[in-house]
Design a protein around this ligand. Sequence first.
Ligand code: DOR
Length: 432
Amino acid sequence: MSTSKKKSILIKGGHVIDPSSSLDGVMDLLVQDGRIEDISPQNGQNTPPDYEEINATGLWVLPGLADIHTHLREPGFEYKETIATGTKAAVRGGFTAVCCMPNTQPVNDEPAITRYILKKADADGACRVYPVGAITKGQKGETLAEMAALAEAGCVAFSDDGNPVMDSLIMRRALEYSRIFGLPIVSHAEDTRLSEEGVMNEGITATRLGLRGIPNAAEDVMVARDIALCELTKGRLHVAHVSTRGSIRLIREAKSRGLPVTAETCPHYFTITEEAVAGFNTAAKVNPPLRSKQDVAAVCEGLTDGTIDVIATDHAPHHREEKAMGFDNAPPGISGLETALSLSLRLVSKGVIDLNRLVELMSVNPCGIMSIPTRKIAKGVDANLVIIDPELEWEVAPDLFVSLGKNTPFESLRLKGRVVKTIVYGDVIECL
Ligand code: DOR
């Protein structure tokens, strides 16, 4: 990333919202040399002689978003996505930081891989990249990875995402060791004995389509196990891509007992149901699978009442030809970075959450859970911001994604509210 002196920017008359700074009102923001220099209700600043003015009248100015669950695919799967294209997609979606999952080739289970990712991100990244290290070597679930060395190299969490850690003793040890570094263990909660061979949610739609189902219990039993192990070890447990009403109930109960458990869900789990798979639509194949209406309602309730802490994307880009295979063989995953914010804004317009809560879910809490620098709007802080036009209507057109992954079940959906500019450490990036 460039360290040269940056142009000053005056963001004028935007509605600035940041619950972590108790900001919620129309004001001007002055950014100088990459930092927020002044926040004032009117033109009170001593503007420097040479500055760029952004007219933010009618726009929202929020802290830059942080995605704690991104698959950047590099090294190894550059035909699906690269650090350069994935971070560009992130910025276009309003994200100024992403945490990248370790299911690359090779797996990020050694400090050399972590360092490679960080070096590449430094050279090619459009935003900050924070690697997540594997829990087990090769994500095979058999032997713990060198967690201390990975933490030392810069990993911010550990996960075998894409695969669960089926062996409970290994999960116990991972939670115990992670306490030494204070980093979370991110659980891909899936009992593969229950999900085995399943390709979509178990239920009437699967039966109608003649596809094998994955029951909610495949997720629920692992969430229950991981909560029990969290209670035993007091290690920090973060449950990834929560999709079922059962896991939400379990997480709610665990939190009420003060256990160090946090959870995320993704836009597809609160926007669409298993019915999106009709017609054998592989763009709607994802793991965990899209669930029922009742599950979607429970996810919304979890977002409202604080059971779910984070909206993450689980951005999982795949090549067109892979998704063109039959439903049974197509890889699971949704390209999510460029639609996440607009899909989440639907929750705001429906009154499920308010804008302050949205900022908590997509910026404040993600940074807190991963212990990465806050995207706070405050004087003296690095300028990581997103500017949104809440009235702008647009239609999801995957061909126009900057991500190499065009795999989205939201193609042709009309959405209201869109990122117009993202500011990454004081650099303004046009997003339209
Ligand atoms: O749908 C998914 N895709 N779920 C995962 O857990 C992994 C991801 C991927 O890497 O493609």
